[in-house]
Design a protein around this ligand. Sequence first.
Ligand code: GLN
Length: 236
Amino acid sequence: MPKIRIGLVLPDVLGTYGDNGNALVLRQRCALRGIEATVVKLALGDAVPDNLDLYCMGGGEDFAQVLATEHLLNDGGLSRAAANNRPIFAVCAGLQVLSKTFHAHGEIVDGVGLIDATTAAMPSRAIGEVTSRPTLPELTEPLTGFENHLGATILGPGAQPLGTVTRGTGNNVVEHSGEGVVQGSVIATYMHGPALARNPQLADLLIARALDVSLADLEPLTLPEVDRLRSERLRG
Ligand code: GLN
């Protein structure tokens, strides 16, 4: 039976918005296919192993972001995992932490630097449903989530958006800023939800990458409840 280990990075500080659920969704979608998946919780102060199959990070408040960044920079394990091309999925504060710089309490803070992006503050918080058309060729289904952020992210040439916004704000109020980021093995987004409960195809892409297979090689899963949830969310 194939096995994967999913690192849940700093659930104690980046678990504010329920994004820890992403790791549970991955584990359950694996279990339904007979793939044994273990969630390894990596709390503040724990070393981050660089040899896990997949990593998930969630959102949180400004101070939580600063704590997370300091820990990840000191530890270095997640950066080594990215250098080894291990898939990393990061949400909201997680996106900002992995970028070059972000704002916290009015100060500019250096991030972990895995994503070519900077984040400043918007005039007002973006809160509400966000939908987009994915840019990755493997993803054919629209993306849906709930955004709640003050950060306005601008991508540099090394990064591409995860989606083209069809509803909501996404990375930035500036037109065509896109939603989320793809860079190397990192996929990041402003979608809470948890995002992977609302976007099963994205969850499966991460599982496929964790197994080093293509998405098309993964056994399909038909879950009518998930389809109904998606159609409700996409209808708005
Ligand atoms: N503190 C960040 C912001 O407001 C991230 C918020 C979040 O993770 N939801 O932009």
